[in-house]
Design a protein. Structure first.
Length: 209
């Protein structure tokens, strides 16, 4: 999986999508420059939104799919009964598309872990040096006060006073609610954002850059 992920991230398509990132458009639309984590995961999703013929141009993906198909066909051809029940109506394209969806999900989680690792274990002061300037963020912390993942940008209005609180929703999911004392973006009315928490996230802090 690691090799396949590395190969995908080195494709010309992914490199082009990185170059085409328009931070100004992000700020105009969302009110902040977005997280690198979300941007990179979206690139990965867009890569796997291509047709199979394009995705399989990555050699390591082709080799992986080939092994999956071999295993599936070996099972289908194991005996006459299985072949008659499963093999006659076997649709190769549907099977390959389904396996590529599974692969995309696995790589998505693997890449999220890799991106989180760039921030995990940092103190908020260290994280501040890595963040785009001119924004306010919420950083999620573990019990020892270290970051667990990339901080979330909340607003570019440095005069907004941000507060936060933990909350549990009706489904028992833990969230953090970040609220400003006025709208977070010029021309908008919303004053708060909700972020889903992980089990190890027990504290938070506001970072101004």
């Amino acid at each position: 999986m690691k090799q396949i992920l590395n190969d995908v991230l080195e494709t010309d398509d992914v490199k082009t999508m990185r170059k085409e990132r328009d931070v100004k458009d992000e700020i105009d639309f969302y009110g902040v420059q977005g997280r690198k984590t979300e941007f990179e995961l979206e690139i990965l999703s867009e890569f796997f939104a291509e047709v199979a013929e394009e995705i399989l141009k990555v050699k390591s993906i082709w080799l992986w799919i080939k092994e999956q198909v071999k295993d599936e066909l070996a099972w289908i051809l194991a005996d006459q009964k299985t072949f008659l029940e499963k093999g006659i109506d076997f649709e190769m394209r549907d099977y390959v598309d389904g396996k590529l969806d599974e692969l995309a999900d696995k790589l998505h989680e693997l890449y999220r872990e890799r991106l989180d690792a760039e921030w995990k274990g940092l103190l908020w002061e260290q994280a501040k040096e890595k963040l785009p300037k001119g924004q306010q963020y919420i950083a999620l912390l573990d019990k020892d006060g270290y970051l667990t993942r990339e901080p979330y940008p909340i607003t570019r209005d440095m005069k907004v006073k941000l507060t936060w609180k933990f909350d549990t929703d009706e489904y028992g999911r833990r969230n953090i609610i970040v609220t400003g004392d006025r709208p977070l973006k010029k021309g908008e009315t919303y004053t708060s954002e909700v972020i889903r928490l992980r089990d190890n996230e027990v504290n938070a802090t506001i970072i101004k850059t």
